[in-house]
Design a protein around this ligand. Structure first.
Ligand code: GAR
Length: 225
């Protein structure tokens, strides 16, 4: 049985997807705690209502990043996690913190890394004229939004998309690939080899949400290629 600790900052829909998958598919894992850096993180209520321990380490109470990270690590380690899952945890982490959880901390980022690290990824993809966009589950390294890739999802960018429409399309795929990737880890199937992640036995580490045909069917005949 593996212990998981999930960190959130807000809505927590990825955390919810992981909690539901863990229960529904009877993973050999326990969600030991959900920890937020904001007392008003909406996802805390969902976790508590599902009998999961919750904690808040409010970053505003710590004048320095290192002090916050030390307090956060102390709280996390109280739950003896095998894996720390960052699920919309919007804090830049210190090198010491990241090193402490080396090889046992995952993040999901809403872009096809290494494109578009940082914030406003959907607008960045639109501004760059991307035809494909997506999300990445990766091991956390001290470089922001960078690290060995466990899984990626890709979705089409459609004419007329704004950042919100694109974000919603990507988020639906996040809720598929993140539980899948965490489960792979829980099952001991993930091997890290430098920048590369392999899965034993292998299975696709990608998801393409290709709804082009469905879309084309709603358009005038003859459109598209
Ligand atoms: C998700 O889209 C996640 O990929 C993103 O924040 C959102 C959190 O939603 N994470 C980042 O941007 C991290 N760099 P959620 O709270 O509903 O899971």
């Amino acid at each position: 049985m593996k212990n998981l600790v999930i960190l959130i900052s807000g809505r927590g829909s990825n955390m919810e997807a992981i909690v539901r998958a863990c229960a529904h598919d009877a993973w050999p894992a326990k969600i030991a705690a959900v920890i937020a850096n904001r007392p008003d993180a909406a996802g805390l209520a969902f976790a508590a209502s599902h009998g999961i321990a919750t904690a808040v380490v409010d970053h505003r109470q710590y004048p320095e990043r290192a002090a916050f990270d030390a307090a956060l690590a102390q709280t996390i380690d109280g739950y003896a996690p095998d894996l720390v899952v960052l699920a919309g945890f919007m804090r830049v982490l210190t090198e010491g913190f990241v090193d402490h959880y080396s090889g046992r901390m995952l993040n999901i980022h809403p872009s096809l890394l290494p494109s578009f690290p940082g914030l406003k990824t959907h607008q960045q993809a639109l501004d760059a004229g991307c035809r494909v966009h997506g999300a990445t589950v990766h091991f956390v390294t001290s470089r922001l939004d960078h690290g060995p890739i466990v899984a990626q999802s890709a979705v089409p960018v459609r004419a007329g998309d704004d950042a919100a429409a694109l974000a919603a399309r990507v988020l639906a795929t996040e809720h598929v690939i993140y539980p899948r990737a965490v489960r792979w880890f829980v099952e001991g199937r993930v091997t890290l080899d430098g920048a590369h992640v392999t899965l034993t036995p292998p299975e696709p580490q990608w998801l393409f949400l290709d709804d082009t045909n469905a879309h084309a069917n709603t358009q005038t005949a003859g459109e598209g290629v």
